[in-house]
Ligand binder design. Structure first.
Ligand code: ADP
Length: 471
């Protein structure tokens, strides 16, 4: 048998049970209000109806006395009995000013009980079971009275017809409401279950998801209203997690791949050195050069990876200082182009542009973009560099007439290790990390980077960085 605490927990943690019981409570409350309003309303209506007959009856009696001049009990009793037949009048009593019974439709002397029983009559007529108590003869009667011409006329109305109707209607109402409650429970439970099914689905799918099956998604078919939005949001979140998980996986495999080549080269030359290097000076020289070159490549790669890792861990800091960007740009172009003297370089650098930037990183950014322009325009060796102050920032742009970038590649070139069309770029070397770093530097300065490129026509990279000057 289920423990009580388990049942309580079941209720506490079950949204379905909570929602259903809330609606059932509301329904029961409405039923209660309907019953109360009906019981009270119908009673008030009936009593007001009875009370409206009393003045007419009193008027007929006074009229009769005026016409007759006196009250002859036997004849008057007969007259009283003829009054109010249609209005459920059961008894009429006539009292004088001293509260003495003059005449009544029956022979009973009810004068003594009259005031005592009046209140009870109202009570017992609403709750007939009270009549079982010793409330006497008047238990199912409603009493009304009128005072006219020094006489008190007391009229007793029989409530039996009214009570029968009343009980019948209450029973019908109670039965209907109970049937409604049953239907409500049945439909309510299954509807809530149906509406909350997507939550169960979310739980089921969430339990199954792990690194190997990140492609699992929640079925959106059954979800409606806010739950549809929830399911769609979770599914979109899963899409993003899957994309970034796959990127991470690819990143690790790309790094291993990039490191494998220099390690293989170094170990190959090491073996060569061991075998022949001691005796053959040419092999010795070649091996040493190759090892130094590969070590420097590895160093370059590791530096770039460290930069990206620091950014991922949010450990990257920018040392912002006031600096002449124009001078920085001119120097960087000069240094870079020193080794590419065969290139035609067009410069358009505005004089003195001061901005608060991380000088080292902005230089790195300029270098990445100039290097790429050089690397990817081997056939038409032309690059144009421009730097201009614009509103509250500076715009740096590098244009080349090289191989260009296709529309399909454009959205991806800022991704790590992305290299557009290997066959076209394999001669250039590089790891596909430069633009990923450039983007981090630009965003770190709250700037924007923009590319316009056409295959075989060339590319233009523009960067806009705020001057960020102190006020
Ligand atoms: P890489 O080290 O391969 O140059 P980047 O991240 O700097 O890495 O660039 C990513 C890719 O974007 C490059 O492999 C190349 O395909 C493309 N790319 C970048 N700059 C240019 C350019 N100026 N002209 C043509 N393609 C470019």
């Amino acid at each position: 048998m289920k423990k009580v605490s388990n049942i309580v927990d079941d209720y506490r943690y079950s949204l379905r049970k909570r929602i259903s019981s809330t609606y059932i409570s509301i329904y029961l409350m409405i039923c209660l209000i309907v019953m109360i309003v009906f019981v009270a309303g119908y009673a008030l209506y009936s009593y007001s109806k009875f009370s409206s007959y009393t003045p007419d009856i009193a008027q007929s009696i006074i009229h009769k006395i005026e016409v007759d001049g006196s009250i002859e009990p036997n004849e008057f009793r007969f007259f009283l009995s003829s009054l109010g037949g249609d209005q459920n009048v059961s008894e009429i009593l006539l009292y004088n000013e001293q509260n003495e019974l003059l005449v009544s439709t029956t022979y009973a002397n009810s004068a003594v009980d009259f005031y005592e029983t009046q209140d009870r009559n109202v009570l017992t007529s609403i709750f007939p079971q009270f009549s079982k108590l010793d409330l006497g003869y008047y238990a199912d009667q409603y009493t009304d009275s009128a005072v006219s011409g020094g006489l008190k006329i007391v009229v007793y109305y029989s409530l039996s017809t009214f009570m029968d109707e009343y009980v019948f209607i209450i029973k019908t109402l109670a039965l209907t409401l109970t049937a409604g409650l049953l239907i409500f429970i049945l439909i309510g439970f299954s509807r809530t279950e149906q509406m909350l099914r997507p939550i169960a689905e979310v739980t089921k799918v969430a339990k199954q998801i792990n690194g190997e099956n990140l492609n699992l998604r929640i079925d959106e078919k059954d979800a409606r209203y806010e739950l549809k939005e929830l399911v769609q949001t979770i599914n979109k979140m899963m899409d993003r997690i899957q994309i970034s998980y796959n990127k991470q996986k690819r990143f690790v495999s790309d790094v291993s791949h990039e490191l494998r080549t220099p390690i293989a080269v170094i170990s190959g030359y090491g073996s060569m050195l061991k075998r022949w290097g001691k005796t053959d000076p040419a092999i010795l020289d070649e091996s040493i050069d190759a090892i130094i070159n590969e070590a420097s490549n590895m160093n370059d790669l590791v530096e770039k990876l460290l930069f990206l890792a620091r950014n991922d861990n949010e450990n990257i800091t920018f040392e912002m200082d006031l600096c002449d960007v124009a001078k920085l740009c001119g120097d960087t172009v000069k240094e870079t182009m020193l080794v590419h003297s065969d290139y035609e370089v067009q410069l358009d650098i505005q004089n003195q542009i001061f901005a608060k930037i991380d000088e080292m990183r902005i230089k790195q950014l300029f270098r990445i973009l100039i290097d790429n322009a050089v690397k990817y325009s081997l056939s038409r060796k032309y690059i144009a560099v421009s730097l201009k102050a614009e509103n509250d920032g500076f715009v740096f742009s590098v244009k080349d007439k090289g191989i260009g970038i296709s529309k399909e590649d454009l959205p991806n070139i800022f991704d790590r290790f992305y290299r557009a069309d290997e066959s076209r770029t394999k001669l250039t070397g590089g790891y596909g990390l430069g633009l990923a770093m450039a983007k981090i530097i630009v965003l770190g300065h709250k700037g924007k980077i923009h590319v316009v490129s056409k295959v075989d026509d060339g590319s233009e990279f523009s960067v806009k960085i705020p001057l960020n000057l102190p006020q």
